[in-house]
Design a protein around this ligand. Structure first.
Ligand code: GLA
Length: 752
């Protein structure tokens, strides 16, 4: 791994054992993009005198505009660039734009210097991937300067030794005497040499988050984004390009992921010469940042993953990078406690006795963490009041959170708490004391969502106040886990804390305030396991994973719906980051009745827990729950830290399958799910992946029933025979008939 600089040709080459990223200083001092893909020979590995400048193709094109008089070869429109500007012969969407004192938006940032350093510097106040040791990564920081406005632009690139990924961000510095208005500042822009790609995105809505959508790239712009103030349920800050023939196990794929939780834009622009420009960053709409003299503006980080071996390989890089070098803290490398959450068991209707009863039953069957959800504070008896008042409601909890947490601990369980710190109901003491603390614009309507309003986290005094009130509760009691919710999108985004010319900064400043509060709380309470949440998965993004190593994947806990949601989420996010619970039937979101077995078999592939009153189950069901918990405890190390493979897509048919394999390939677990039953089905085989071809595996259905011994080679090439996984054939399971909503787990253990 390393970064090489060919000074003669001004070419930078970032490479590790598998990938290369090449960029060069162009004739006009701007940066050109030469290559991103499988590794190319580094200096010393190439024939003498060979260099990569031929990858820059300057050609004459009719009707173009050119930079130099008398020269018809250098048009920025036809140059593949690295961080392009608009207005100087390139007509595509730029990476950035700066409005200047004279009203002009024309800039000319040219190469000034560069620095190559070991490791990876931290981003101030923003989430980012990191290196734990200097030899894990190298960083290139290129400084470009615009003399006229006396401003600097620093583009930083980090290549990792152990991950086929490049992390990037940009930073603007104003050294001049006039204010600069940044109206667009992408985290990444890259021009790829062709357009023979399909674009994959994760889209949806509340209760159907991150469904996979695939479309061929076409000339023009195709994009996803959010203008909601949070990354949102609608689109995820992820864009994948894959070759049309690429599938899960072979072919090229490039993943672009934004480490950010606010408004974003992710787009692919295909120009008329079939160059694909991908850009990703803070959404430029409603963004206007005033950079005063001496100030810096740093974009969020974007991560680009290249995989030559299919979509699973791309996802595995994201999983490993985000699990070990984005997530942080005590919980990063630990398996997660099995929890019970009281929300769907009680909603707002609870008192201490009821909670303790739920906790006792849960503890009896092996649950490790009791989570008290919404309704424990202020006058919060419904979603119309109390939000913002972070004092325990002593009518419901006479002994406060302190007393309840002690009782839960006395049972031998950990204790967790729900909060929604960014919001207030108007019916709250907080709002009555500080009506100007919500985001709003004077003289305009204040729109609500779920009867609540968004606190102005761009203002430090607001964040300080919320910090103090929740820190007080946490200091006084013994809380091991926090579910940090955020239940509405932002409207009328105005702040009383900033002058008129800075109102275009509020969306971003809001998110910086959220990050600041997270950072303060996780620093003061390093033992707490944070789970982020936003009406389910409305802020399931890499930015959040830096502060909270797990996130509530969706409010939709129906096992069938969760197949699609969890499968989609797995394109970028590690299994251990996905909050997944077994809930009651009929399901509270879709009213479907799935078997307890299938609900468990789906929820295992995540953090695992329960979202129902176990006291309402029959003795037989409780015994099954006990078995599920024992199963998860036995296999969670494999599930949460193993290598995950998607095998069969819920977006393609009736059967979904996925698997995890341990790092040493000695153990694997395959989940196979059939939504609707059929009879006399065609023969079925499931080709497994990632096993040791020469190892002998003992296969057990659900870890109990022998299914035979097979070599890894057979299981990966001939496949696991799953034809009995349908009605009409003799079901192997102890007298149970195969029916709708059917699932099976195959546990593989290498022998010897
Ligand atoms: C959101 C969350 C739920 C639950 C409720 C409580 O909808 O996604 O899990 O915590 O809020 O009000």
């Amino acid at each position: 791994m390393g970064i090489q600089y060919d000074a003669k040709h001004q070419v930078f080459h970032l490479c590790n054992d598998h990938i290369s990223y090449l960029l060069a200083v162009l004739r006009n001092g701007q940066l050109g993009q030469l290559y991103f893909g499988s590794r190319l020979p580094a200096a010393g590995e190439m024939p003498k005198g060979h260099d990569y400048t031929y990858l820059f193709e300057g050609v004459k094109r009719a009707t173009s505009s050119y930079v130099y008089e008398g020269d018809f070869t250098f048009s920025l429109e036809h140059v593949r660039q690295e961080y392009p500007a608009y207005g100087t012969t390139d007509y595509r969407m730029p990476a950035f734009e700066i409005r200047q004192e004279d009203g002009s938006r024309i800039t000319d940032f040219v190469y000034a210097s560069h620095e190559i350093m070991d490791g990876k510097p931290k981003l101030q106040g923003l989430p980012a991937t990191y290196a734990e040791r200097a030899d894990e990564a190298q960083t290139l920081a290129i400084t470009l300067r615009d003399e006229k406005i006396d401003a600097e632009l620093v583009l930083s690139y980090t290549i990792f030794r152990d991950f086929d990924a490049i992390a990037r961000h940009a930073c603007f510095q104003n050294n001049g005497s006039a204010d600069l208005d940044i109206t667009r500042a992408m985290s990444l822009s890259i021009d790829l040499p062709d357009a023979d790609y399909e674009m994959l995105q994760l889209s949806g809505w509340w209760a159907r988050e991150r469904h996979l959508v695939t479309r061929p790239l076409a000339p023009g712009i195709q994009s996803v984004g959010s203008l909601r103030g949070h990354s949102g349920h609608v689109h995820n800050p992820l864009l994948i390009l894959k070759r049309p023939h690429t599938d899960e196990s072979q072919g090229e794929a490039i993943g672009f992921s934004l480490v950010y939780s606010g408004n974003f834009l992710a787009q692919a622009e295909v120009d008329t010469m079939d160059v694909t420009r991908v850009s990703m960053g803070i959404h430029p709409h409603a963004f206007d940042w005033c950079l005063a003299r001496g100030e810096r503006f740093q974009t969020p980080e974007a991560v680009m993953v290249y995989a030559a071996g299919g979509l699973n390989a791309m996802s595995q890089t994201f999983h490993a990078l985000y699990r070990t070098r984005l997530a942080r803290g005590t919980w990063r490398d630990k398996v997660r406690p099995i929890l019970i959450n009281n929300w769907e068991a009680t909603y707002f209707d609870f008192d201490e006795d009821k909670l303790l009863k739920i906790a006792r039953t849960a503890h009896d069957v092996g649950v490790e963490l009791f989570v008290l959800d919404d309704g424990w504070f202020g006058a919060r008896c419904s979603d119309t009041s109390g939000l913002g008042d972070w004092q325990p409601n002593t009518d419901r909890l006479p002994n406060g959170i302190k007393g309840l947490s002690e009782k839960i601990h006395a049972l031998g369980m950990k204790f967790g708490l729900w909060v929604e710190l960014e919001m207030a109901n108007k019916d709250s003491d907080l709002y009555r004391a500080h009506p100007d603390w919500i985001l709003h614009v004077d003289g305009r309507r204040e729109s609500h969502g779920r009867n609540q309003y968004v606190l102005d986290f761009s203002r430090k005094e607001v964040v300080d106040c919320i910090h103090d009130s929740i820190a007080k509760v946490l200091r006084a009691s013994s809380v091991d886990y926090i579910k940090w919710d955020m239940n509405r999108s932002i409207t009328e985004c105005g702040s009383k804390g900033f002058p008129a010319k800075r109102q275009g900064e509020i969306f971003h400043r809001y998110i910086l305030g959220v990050y600041d509060l997270y950072e303060r709380l996780r620093t003061e309470f390093p033992h707490i396991l944070f789970e982020s949440c936003a009406s389910g998965g409305g802020r399931f993004d890499p930015g959040m994973l830096y502060y909270a190593p797990q996130a509530w994947t969706s409010d939709d806990t129906d096992a069938v719906e969760r197949l699609a949601i969890q499968y989609g989420t797995s394109y970028a996010y590690p299994i251990v980051s996905m909050g997944s619970h077994v809930s009651a039937v009929p399901n509270h979101q879709v009213f479907r009745e799935t078997s307890l077995k299938m609900r468990g078999d789906v929820a295992y592939f995540g953090t695992f827990g329960y979202e129902l009153d176990l006291g309402t189950l029959s003795a037989e069901e409780l015994a099954e729950v006990r078995g599920q918990i024992a199963f998860m405890k036995e296999h969670r190390e494999l599930i949460q830290h193993g290598t995950f493979y998607r095998l069969k897509s819920p977006f393609a048919g009736n059967v979904t399958a996925w698997m995890v394999v341990s790092a040493d390939k000695k153990e694997a677990l395959v989940g196979c799910y059939k939504v609707l039953n059929s009879t006399c089905s065609p023969f079925q085989r499931l080709r497994l992946q990632g096993l040791d071809a020469r190892a002998d595996y003992a296969v057990k259905i659900d870890g109990r029933m022998d299914f035979g011994d097979y070599t890894g080679a057979e299981l990966m090439r001939a496949g696991l025979v799953t034809s009995d996984f349908s009605a009409g054939e003799a079901p192997r399971e102890e007298g149970k008939h195969c029916t709708d909503y059917w699932s099976r787990l195959y546990v593989l253990k290498a022998k010897g």
